[in-house]
Write a protein that binds this ligand. Sequence first.
Ligand code: SAH
Length: 575
Amino acid sequence: MIGLISATAAGAAARDRLAAAWPDRTRVYDGPVGDAVRRAFAECEQLVCFLATGAVVRLVAPLLSDKTSDPGVVCVDEAGRFAVPVVGGHAGGANELALAVGELLGAQPVVTTATDAVGIPGLDTLGLPVEGDVAGVTRALLDGEPVALAAEVAWPLPPVPFAERGSYTVRLTDRAVAPASGEVLLRPPSLVVGVGASRGAPVDEVLDLVEGVLREAGLSVRSLAELATVDAKADEPGIVEAARRLGVPVVTYSAEELAGVEVPNPSDAPLAAVGTPSVAEAAALIGGGELLVPKRKSERADGRPAMATCAVVRRPARGRLAVVGLGPGARDLLTPRAKAELRRASVLVGLDQYVDQIRDLLRPGTRILESGLGAEEERARTAVEEARRGQSVALIGSGDAGVYAMASPALAEASDDIDVVGVPGVTAALAAGAILGAPLGHDHVSISLSDLHTPWEVIERRVRAAAEADIVVTFYNPRSRGRDWQLPKALSILAEHREPTTPVGVVRNASRPDGTARLTTLTELDPAWVDMMTVVTVGNTATRNIAGRMVTPRGYRWQENSPESSREGSQEGAL
Ligand code: SAH
């Protein structure tokens, strides 16, 4: 029995939700809180207290005797945001109870018993159909007991701290097997069934064929990803309805595309009807993979000609490469999406200093491949290789990973057999801009002054173009020990078109603990202030220093009261 104790109206409301959901397992203890906790502690195997953790600790402390016999106690705060196992995490089942309570109330379970118990994804939250002993294997993972992964199919799973061997197993399989005891089956969407059908083919004929073929081949229908066919059959009711009942989409290809796929069993009938010698096999095989069941025809009880064909392919695993910008440094400038991607990746690739920046966020079981400065191409190649092996990979970069960073070398390596997800980050120019004021209020460019990979002539041509076009410029990689003349040269080019008093912002280590910012002018800037941790933003001819802030007006006519400017203004303001 689970004893429920609350002190306030908000607590009582959450308590009642729990009591309503688990009527046979819970008992509400009313009356003064201290008494209620004592009675529940004596009578129940578990307690959920809708009270502050401190209060519960004080009430429960004198009652504790032995962790094998004490009840498990979970605390839920009044706002229902957290479910905290306070005592009896393992033996008392409080960890598991906190997960269940958390799920029911939408509260975050705060499990603190073992480091390897923190942040393990629920097996039923991996986005794959799951069967078997989910509760037992989850508890084993939470308790730090060895759980082995048996992957028959490569699939980009999030990190789970799997052991080499264990009495518990997570089996990643598309085969129609039943889970053994202590085993969880995860069903990757690895099967594609190609379907051909004559006009008017009955849905039952299509469905019986697909299900029957999977069954005979020993494959699980829960791993079915899609039905694939030719464009001309996109609206064929028997196929559409079969897919609906199977809970998968219908994916179609043109006859031309299908005709280009090499298949074992081409025939003349579909060639005449829809213009390709194969529909079922070609549509199943078009994304590559292994043909598990060649073309099969439906069987009709009435002996009339078959109206449907199908073929089954196990498609190659599609790995996932997330290219994640970490922002300029401060933790609260790391986006929630970036954080989620870091926790989703089972392989993390990055520069060692950036890995250090986010190491605490990674889940147990994450494989970290870090390398030093200069190994960009190797990092890019490693990340792509891991993704092609079917892993879930995060490739990290500071600021935005697409700005003078890892995204382009990685995507230059990547073929279309992996999924790529980009997560934008706050790039240095924006982080610095926010510190300086509003320097980027009108057209602006970023220019890297590093002539390591770009000839200086090209850089100079771009600086000159920005100078002539009166565009605000942010210089990245402005100056290093071995590269000191480029910044003065670039500033002198801008000075040919801008006043000596043009505001210039120099921001070093934006958003980091030792960050500094100066607002100076084109002629007063001392290059000694500038290093590789710095960006330099040069205003345009309208940029002003207003009350110590760098402000670039949004346009010369912005303040004018012409109908055009006010119309434009209101539209843009709405953005
Ligand atoms: N991808 C990064 C830029 C990498 S290039 C981004 O989007 O920000 C490296 C250059 O970025 C550095 O030489 C420096 O000019 C600039 N930079 C990166 N982080 C910075 C920070 N926190 N403060 C100031 N400049 C920074």
